[in-house]
Design a protein around this ligand. Sequence first.
Ligand SMILES: [Zn+2]
Ligand SMILES: [Zn+2]
Length: 226
Amino acid sequence: MYTKGDFHIHSTASDGDLKPREIVLLAKERNLDIIALTDHNTVAGNKEAVKVGKIHGIKVIPGIELSTRFKGVRVHILGYFTDNSYKSHKFKTTLNNINKRRSRDCKTYLEEKLGFTFEGRKLNTVSGIDFLHRYNAKVVLAHPTLLNRELFKDIINLNFDGIEAKYYMNSDEDTEYFIKLAKEKGLIYTAGSDFHFNKRLDLKHGTLGKIYLEEDEIKDFLSILG
Ligand SMILES: [Zn+2]
Ligand SMILES: [Zn+2]
């Protein structure tokens, strides 16, 4: 059984300063036994993290944090993969196309063939959730505490599987509110430090393992990951 899990972590694969393997070692040092790597718009660090995790007895759930837009507002969504679909060529190509969208052909393909919608250069949140679901991820609304409360009421009714009810920046009231809401809506909830930097002071994000799910909570989360 797992007892301590942080499910929102960034590495050098996006804008963090620790390599995926260093994340795993630090997690071990902090007595975490399950983590998820959720780099911005990339899955590049997962392979190394999963591999090193196996060696050190840390369960690593492959993940991603996707940048989307909803009614003009930035919405980050966390994807937790339940199988190896994220390693497929098709997933990586589509993700790459979403990130770059260099040519008109590319945009046409994403919009007309795959049915995605964009707001400016960013994927609409509904399409982001859909994209991750197509590749067998469970999708969790990241740091709801950072969202405008009015807009949050609309966003939470999108097709999410869960909500990041425990976030390093939350007040106790925030956490209580989001956990209660998750239960009312039949969603699972996760915890995330949004860890980015270990080598310098970082006041904008939490430290690894600062916030975490406990044993029973992890069990509930894992139950939807299959
Ligand atoms: Zn974020
Ligand atoms: Zn993040």
